[in-house]
Ligand binder design. Sequence first.
Ligand code: FES
Length: 164
Amino acid sequence: MPRLTINGKEHDLELDVRTSLLDALRDHLALTGTKKGCDHGQCGACTVLVNGLRVNSCLTLAVMHEGDAITTIEGLGEPGNLHPMQQSFLEHDGFQCGYCTPGQIMSAVGMLGEAEANWPSHVTDELEGGASLSNAEISERMSGNICRCSAYPNIVDAIRTVAE
Ligand code: FES
């Protein structure tokens, strides 16, 4: 226990019930692309997708996610076959030290997927009218992901390019 489905593969893990999803990924499955920054929900470095939605993996217990589809940065793309968001971060220099980058990319992918369900109606109305996300809207939706190098302008450019 538990059986976790990560990047399409099932894993049976022997875990203390208090193990966070982040520690399960990093320490038990060697999926170290997911980073530990603050370990208490403030930096976003540990962002993964659970059933397509953004989750801070440091804030949730692994045992709570049996039956969920968990996606980490390792499941998004691979060298030579990058996800469009990974490619866009590369092309826009959307990083400096790179520590926050996996979380930023997972959050960006999740944010665009969450759009219709969770965004305020004035935003979805604008998008239906053919408008693109503004930089301010992207920044607001990405505010849970901190970049200590302050690469924010390039991060926003990378995300807006994919969103367009
Ligand atoms: Fe999870 Fe910072 S490590 S939010």
